[in-house]
Design a protein around this ligand. Structure first.
Ligand code: CS2
Length: 477
């Protein structure tokens, strides 16, 4: 007999107060759970309406189950499931942009949270500035019904200004350095292109706190759906599976101070998130991407499989110890060596099947904040970074589109076609590396010059002995 479908309980529902743009697995396993706990502790009308910008998949999965879903925590020694009921509705912006703007302009909405991934901000990764030539931005300047995330923010703020309402707080939860500053920058640049008076108002009245978000949440697979049904006895069309660890550090800077009682749920509210963001982006995401490219090339499917390989375990520990930690300033009260030890345990959790291919996606948008910042600091300090140079070289091999066995790689990246064309244009390793380093969206030219020598050497090494061979040589394992 097929299992009964998950449905929503009859518990009283709060009013809505948050719109979330980019409703995916991460937010449902992170921000949504924190907001649930904040309301359980201190009340408030902070129900969430999720918005998918393009795909109807999330809406079609969640609406038939009253927008409830199962969140399963995968510990090294067991799983626990809870039903989350904080999502009140799911809208699909591409189908009905008017409905989304209408809701975002509603004064009941006081916060708009975002997880639209790095590329969703339509900025130039190397500089953080809005890309005014981006086709979605060109569209959103000309048309009142937007398609991009910055477009929805600006057009909704325009409606609020016109109606005499206060702006909402824009709370980004994407892995960008100083993410509040980046989203503020793109919103102001777009608003200025539409209506300078609107830009002035947003500049004066708007709030864009920066945040550091952390929880490992792999994409849900069909096997996960079946496993959750076995665990709970109910069918959930799109559960989320996540690790036990979670962290959210938020700048306490909200319009009129209006926010859920996040501290009651364990959120760290601080004045300056920057040191936390740098630590997380460089220590976690930087090594995640390094392991993803090198691990994928070596034939490893998941991060836990990758770090179970002694060459990779030695590699990642060496990255933290010799290349990343020396280039970082620790946030107040944090011991970076202990943070690295904890990260290693999180990566090794065999219950989390986080695919190297998933993390390898969108590398052109991720490398600057994850790896290049550390490389720049080390160059200034005269400190070599052989491990991180191997990671960048592995990305270059990866975007070439062929793995070490000669099999094609399904490269997902907004610059995929351009990067592949650059690789295909020459077989000479030096020329190939130099032409990829000349992609200014990713590599600031001054840094590219200084990186050419060590990255060409790393690229040659990867070609000669493969990813695993290069790590064996590097680590001496
Ligand atoms: C990962 C992140 O997919 C990726 O690029 O590095 O999603 C990572 O799992 C999270 O940032 C962890 O907080």
């Amino acid at each position: 007999m097929p299992a009964e479908r998950l449905s929503r309980s009859t518990a009283p529902r709060p009013g809505v107060g948050i719109v979330h743009l980019g409703l995916g697995a991460f937010f449902r396993a992170h921000g949504a759970i924190y907001v649930t706990e904040a309301m359980a502790a201190s009340g408030g009308d902070w129900g969430i309406v999720g918005v998918s910008l393009k795909s109807p998949t999330m809406r079609d999965a969640l609406k038939p189950q009253g927008c409830a879903y199962t969140a399963v925590e995968l510990g090294p020694s067991g799983e626990t499931a809870q039903t989350i009921e904080v999502i009140e509705d799911v809208l699909v912006a591409r189908e009905d942009p008017e409905a989304v703007l209408d809701l975002m302009a509603d004064p009941r909405i006081r916060i708009v949270t975002l997880t639209v991934t790095e590329k969703g901000y339509c900025h130039e990764p190397a500089t953080g500035a809005l890309n005014l030539a981006h086709p979605d931005i060109v569209h959103d300047i000309a048309e009142p019904l937007p398609v991009s995330a910055p477009g929805f923010l600006v057009r909704a703020l325009q409606r609020r200004k016109k109606a005499g309402h206060r702006p909402f707080t824009v709370l980004t939860c994407d892995n960008l350095p100083e993410n509040g500053r980046v989203v503020r920058g793109v919103v102001l640049a777009l608003a200025r292109a539409i209506d300078p008076g609107l830009a002035d108002w947003i500049e004066r009245e708007g709030r864009f706190p920066s945040t550091m978000v952390d929880r490992i949440v792999p994409a849900t697979t069909d096997a996960d759906i079946a496993r959750v049904e076995q665990l709970t006895g109910r069918h959930d069309a799109l559960p989320v599976l996540h690790e036990p660890f979670r962290q959210w550090v938020v700048e306490d800077n909200f319009v009129d101070g209006a926010r859920p009682d996040l501290a009651a749920a364990g959120v760290e509210l601080v004045e300056d998130v920057t040191p936390f963001e740098h630590m997380k982006l460089r220590m976690l995401n930087g090594t995640h991407s390094s392991l993803a490219y090198l691990g994928y090339l070596a034939g490893h499917e998941t991060i836990s499989e990758t770090v179970a390989d002694p060459a990779f375990a030695a590699y990642v520990k060496g990255l933290w110890r010799d290349e990343i930690i020396p280039a970082l300033e620790a946030p107040p009260g944090v011991d970076l060596a202990a943070y690295a030890d904890a990260l290693f345990k999180r990566y090794a959790n065999p219950a989390i099947r986080h695919r190297t291919w998933q993390i390898a996606m969108d590398g052109s948008q991720k490398l600057p904040q994850r790896i290049l910042g550390t490389l720049a600091t080390n160059l200034d300090a005269g400190r070599p970074s052989p491990g991180l140079c191997l990671a960048v070289a592995a990305w270059m091999r990866y975007v070439g589109g062929t793995d070490e066995k000669g099999e094609p790689i399904d490269v997902r990246d907004p610059l995929a076609a351009r990067l592949k064309a650059l690789c295909d244009a020459t077989d000479d390793p030096d020329t190939r590396v130099r032409s990829l380093l000349a992609v200014e969206d990713v590599f600031p030219p001054a840094l590219a010059d200084r990186l050419a020598g060590p990255i060409i050497a790393a690229y040659r090494k990867l070609r000669a002995v493969g990813a695993r061979g290069a790590l064996l040589e590097l680590t001496g394992v």
